[in-house]
Ligand binder design. Sequence first.
Ligand code: NDP
Length: 234
Amino acid sequence: MSRSVLVTGGNRGIGLAIARAFADAGDKVAITYRSGEPPAGFLAVKCDITDPEQVEQAFKEVEEKHGAVEVLVANAGVTRDQLLLRMSEEDFTSVLDTNLTGTFRVVKRASKGMLRARRGRVVLISSVVGLLGSAGQANYAASKAGLVGFARSLARELGSRNITVNVVAPGFVDTDMTRVLSDEQRAGIVANVPLGRYAQPEEIAASVRFLASEEAAYITGAVVPVDGGLGMGH
Ligand code: NDP
């Protein structure tokens, strides 16, 4: 069965690997992008998730071309690292606005169609950092921890309508987001990862696809770590 899938931030990094995984399985995949040339092979809709009007427009376009969204992957996210005393109000609120409130915007919009259809799959991309904390990332960690409470509340609210809401918490993944780290920082991170390496984006995508599958029908409100063992115990 070919489903209507929407991946926010599906134009690069983890989101693109997720979009490819669904497309390879035969789903109709839409991705959001903000600027530049989006990758070929998907329905690319322009959307900044901090803008409610762009979110509405993007959903309308997806609905027209692929039908109501049946699987939503809220993947778009940003970092703006800074130690607390140097972290401006803007550093904090802008990260929350994208990672947490932006996710709220797209999930709320997607839930309309899912409630009507009485089925749906929502997967949120959090981070090991949301559970472990990370010096210099108080804004990012707060946003990613917030996704867990958000998802679990929705799992309770939407479960009776056959809509599952789960969280994937990746560890360190080889993408643009982590390429800014120095070799020394990378080595320090890898030293704490039991599997001794970064993840490839495809390794995150595999868990997302599973949570959206029929086999995962009885899993909701779960936080699935895909972190090489980094966050064990949380
Ligand atoms: P990238 O920086 O490679 O990609 C981020 C994606 O999010 C891009 O597609 C970007 O779009 C999109 N995006 C950012 N802000 C907005 C916005 N306001 N509206 C719409 N789209 C937006 O990051 P990754 O692929 O590494 O990360 C993907 C997700 O995984 C994020 O939520 C991140 O926090 C999370 N994660 C990443 C980890 C890692 O180690 N890489 C570890 C744990 C979690 P554009 O191209 O327009 O900028």
